[in-house]
Ligand binder design. Sequence first.
Ligand code: NAD
Length: 432
Amino acid sequence: MTEEINLLQFAHDRFDEAAAYVPGLKQGLVEFFKVPARSITVCFPVMMDDGSVEMFHGYRVLHSRVLGPGKGGIRFHPEVTGAEVVSLAALMTWKCAIVDVPFGGAKGGVRCDPKKLSEEELRRVTRRFISELGDNIGPHTDIPAPDLYTDEHTMAWVFDTYDMLHPGESNRAAVTGKPVELGGSLGRRGATARGCLKAMERFIERGGIPGLSALAGARVVIQGFGKVGSVLARLLTKSGAKVIALSDSGGGVCAEGGIDLAAVAAHKRKYGSVVGTPGTGTVTNDDLIGIECDILVPAAIGSVIRVDNVDVVNTKMIVEAANGPITPQADEVLRANNIAVLPDIIANAGGVTVSYFEWVQNLSHDQWTLEAINRRLAERMTNAVDTVFDKFQALQQSVPSEEQSAIDLRLAALTVAIERVAKVTLQRGIWP
Ligand code: NAD
């Protein structure tokens, strides 16, 4: 069996399912929440190192500004599409609402293969993209951050470009995920992984996974060894869990006794991939999904668990560190198989939470300690999991027993988020 990967349709279907559990949600609001407030496509030329000129397509979508200015990452990937960016921008609206940060959702992307571009070419792509967006981004309009294949280095170029175009202003709050020396927040680099760990801990503490009472001793498989996956692997190992397999775009490695993360990182630095790390076996990314484990963490790209491969999944819990790794049809199978899913809107919300802290520090020309940041992050993640778990239980109790299996944490989380954004929309009223 296969399914069409239509990311916009997925977002709409999931929204509709959750909206049905929001009492009194007016049809006008349903329509309002389903379409982005602003969608920008830019096509721009960049001079390559060999003197040739290549055209690039870039997208920036602001889904909602009900709770505040737009917030969301910029990704560089050969498969970026406008539809993907629209669906990810909507996801950001709900994610910001869940962790209670005063932002609307946004997302950006440039269709390019960062692995084939030199650093100078990447810098020119970034600068030209940001200059094309002009005043559609800014500290009080829409604030970018890192995502897939972009990092603090990219954000330094984003900042510099914006700053050059807006002289005489204090512009640090125009972008988050910057290097610390340039106003980046302590703890931002590891924030998504740290928030994810906290969410997992809390979910397990609340009894969300029958048969799993603690992270210590849990056998974990992680897909993706980038900014999120590599830090999460380290934090999980520190918590006593055992990472028995992990991967990057080149393939995966496994070791039943636990993977030596320092060896994997050193191997990747030297050879560009984790594959071949001494003391490990090799697995494909497809096989990795089916490894028997307690916790499976997709931390790379979207739609990796689909209806055609979901049956091989052999775990107690899936933690969506990546955005959108599970398709709706695969979700249905997981629910039927009693495999819990900690959805992306909670699992990876630590990134936007510390981005919010960075924005607040920049606007107040202050710098908080790492201890203060991690404490505040943990508080928000715990609150988010508690709120969603309470909602999940309340929804389950509110429906007949034959409908209970349709309710999962994603639905509960989306319901909480839609309720919050709907409430503020009604408080504000529709302008004019
Ligand atoms: P990254 O670019 O730092 O790392 C991506 C990793 O995925 C790399 O190890 C890469 O080799 C691997 N990868 C790429 N294609 C793959 C494939 N086809 N199969 C297996 N592995 C593949 O990106 P990141 O920042 O770690 O982001 C990872 C995911 O987490 C993305 O879905 C992103 O949207 C999400 N996310 C990131 C943040 C953040 O703060 N960086 C916040 C929220 C969500």
